[in-house]
Design a protein. Structure first.
Lengths: 386, 52
C-alpha cells in the first residue's frame, strides 16, 4: 500500500509523518528545491536584520529516517482519479490513496504580470525571501504593495533595518476583513508612529525603471514613489487546474467534505488548498490539524477503518513583532453585529468584542493580547454550540 | 531555565516571563507547561518548539 502526497508544506509533511508512523509507504512530492519549511517565517528570512533563521521543518535525513520518501524538485503536473501521478519530467507513479496539499500561490495583480524589473518581488516562497535578502543592499527605499499581515510584518522588520518604508493599500482602512474601523485606526496610527508611510485607498498603476535612480511606482491617485525595491503581498490565489483536470469539484479551492474528502474517492485535500466552504483561510494551525485528519483518513481509506471529522472553526489572525501586536478572530463589527469596546486608550491599546444576538462572535485586539485566549475560547465554544 | 522558540512562527517562550495571559506564571519551565498549552501566536502545540 502506498500513499502519495502532493505538496510538502505543513499539511503535507504532517500527513506524511502520521501515515509513515503507521508503517505505510508514503511519498511526499515537493516542487521546491529546498526541504520543507515554515512559510510564516519568510518575512523574517527576507527582512530580519539578525542572522537568517533556520526555518526548515526538519533536516533532510529526518524524512528517510521516518519512512517518508521526500522528492524535492518534483513538481506534480497531473493526477488521476485512480491515483496515478505524473511528474514534470513525464514520469508516472501509481498510489493507493492521494492527499492534495499543494497550497496556494501569491496573487499576481495586473501591474505585476508583465513586470520584469529586478527589484520587484513577491514574498511567497523560500527563494523569494532569499532574493529579497540578497537585494537588501541595493538601497534603502522599500515600497510594500498590500497592507495585510505579510505587508505589515515586512514593513515593521524593514523599519528596524532602517529602511524607508511605504505601504500602498487598496482599501480605505487597514485589514478590513479582520478589523473594524476603530481598531484599524489604531493600527494605522501605530504604523505611522514607527515612520512607516501609508497610502490608503490607493493602488499601483505601474512600475517604471528609472535608470540609476531606482524604480518609480505610479499609483491610481497620482502618487509617485521612487524606491529601490518593491514587495508585492496582495493575497493568495489557488491553482486548481490540476484538480479540475482530474475531475474533482473545485470552487476557489478544492472542495472537501468534513472528512477532507474531495469529490473523488480516495483523494483527500488538506491545508490552504482545501475548501470546506466555511472559515477557509491560510493558516499554519489549520494546516497542522487538517494534515493530521487527512493522514488519518487516508489510512482509514486504505484499511477500511472509520474516518474522523475535521471540525472547521474560526481561525485567529495575529501578528506580534516586538511591541506591535494585533489579534483578531471571528466576525468584525458591522451590520447586525454589535461592537462592545472592552477598553481603548485611543493610541496604544484597543480591545473589542463583537456580539450577534448577545452571543460573542468576534474579538479584536491591538497593542495587547490580554485575555485574548479566554475570549477566543468562549467564541469557539459558542461556534461549536451552533 | 531554557527559552524555547516556536518553529512555526518564531514566538519565544521565556520561562522568566511565563505566559500570564494564558495562566502560566513567570518562572514556569517549558517542560512544566501543560500538555495542551499552545503557542499564543500561532496555536501549534509544544512539540513544535525547540530549545534556544
Amino acid at each position: 500500500m502506498k500513499a502519495g502526497i502532493i505538496g510538502a508544506g505543513f499539511a503535507g509533511v504532517t500527513a506524511a509523518k502520521l501515515i509513515a508512523e503507521r508503517g505505510v509507504d508514503v511519498t511526499l512530492f515537493s516542487a521546491e528545491k529546498v526541504p520543507p519549511y515554515y512559510r510564516p517565517r519568510l518575512p523574517e528570512l527576507a527582512l530580519g536584520y539578525d542572522a537568517p533563521p533556520d526555518i526548515f521543518m526538519h533536516g533532510l535525513e529526518w524524512y528517510a529516517d521516518n519512512g517518508i520518501d521526500l522528492r524535492l524538485d518534483s513538481e506534480v503536473k497531473a493526477f488521476t482519479p485512480d491515483f496515478e501521478v505524473t511528474l514534470k519530467d513525464g514520469k508516472r507513479e501509481k498510489f493507493d490513496v492521494l492527499i492534495i496539499a499543494a497550497g496556494g500561490g501569491p496573487r499576481v495583480p495586473a501591474f505585476c504580470r508583465d513586470c520584469k524589473l529586478p527589484g520587484v518581488f513577491q514574498l511567497w516562497n523560500y527563494s523569494d525571501a532569499v532574493n529579497i535578502r540578497e537585494h537588501l543592499g541595493a538601497g534603502k527605499r522599500l515600497v510594500i504593495v498590500g497592507g495585510g499581515i505579510i505587508g505589515l510584518e515586512s514593513a515593521l522588520r524593514a523599519r528596524d533595518g532602517n529602511l524607508e518604508v511605504t505601504i500602498i493599500e487598496k482599501a480605505k482602512f487597514l485589514m478590513p476583513q479582520n478589523f473594524g474601523e476603530n481598531a484599524s485606526k489604531l493600527i494605522e496610527a501605530q504604523l505611522r508612529e514607527r515612520n512607516i508611510n501609508l497610502l490608503l485607498d490607493d493602488s499601483v498603476s505601474c512600475f517604471t525603471e528609472r535608470e540609476k535612480t531606482g524604480i518609480f511606482v505610479d499609483t491610481e491617485n497620482k502618487n509617485g514613489i521612487l524606491c529601490d525595491f518593491v514587495i508585492v503581498s496582495v493575497g493568495v490565489e489557488f491553482d486548481t487546474s490540476m484538480a479540475t483536470a482530474a475531475g474533482l469539484k473545485t470552487d476557489r479551492r478544492i472542495c472537501v467534505d468534513k472528512y477532507l474528502r474531495t469529490s473523488a474517492s480516495g483523494i483527500f485535500a488538506a491545508g490552504d488548498i482545501a475548501g470546506l466552504g466555511v472559515w477557509d483561510s491560510c493558516s499554519a494551525k489549520t494546516a497542522l490539524a487538517q494534515g493530521k485528519t487527512a493522514g488519518y483518513n487516508a489510512l482509514a481509506f486504505l484499511n477500511g477503518g472509520k474516518m474522523e471529522i475535521y471540525e472547521a472553526e474560526p481561525v485567529p489572525v495575529n501578528l506580534k513583532y516586538k511591541d506591535f501586536q494585533l489579534y483578531s478572530i471571528g466576525e468584525i463589527p458591522g451590520l447586525g453585529k454589535a461592537e462592545k469596546i472592552l477598553d481603548s486608550d485611543g493610541i496604544n491599546t484597543y480591545r473589542g468584542c463583537v456580539y450577534k444576538d448577545k452571543v460573542l462572535t468576534g474579538v479584536e485586539m491591538v497593542g495587547t493580547n490580554k485575555d485574548f485566549i479566554i475570549y477566543q475560547k468562549e467564541l469557539l465554544e459558542n461556534h461549536k454550540r451552533q | 531555565m531554557k527559552k524555547y522558540e516556536c518553529n512555526v512562527c518564531g514566538y519565544i517562550y521565556d520561562p522568566e516571563i511565563g505566559d500570564p495571559d494564558n495562566g502560566i506564571e513567570p518562572g514556569t519551565a517549558f517542560e512544566d507547561l501543560p500538555d495542551d498549552w499552545v503557542c499564543p501566536e500561532c496555536g501549534v502545540g509544544k512539540e513544535e518548539f525547540s530549545a534556544v
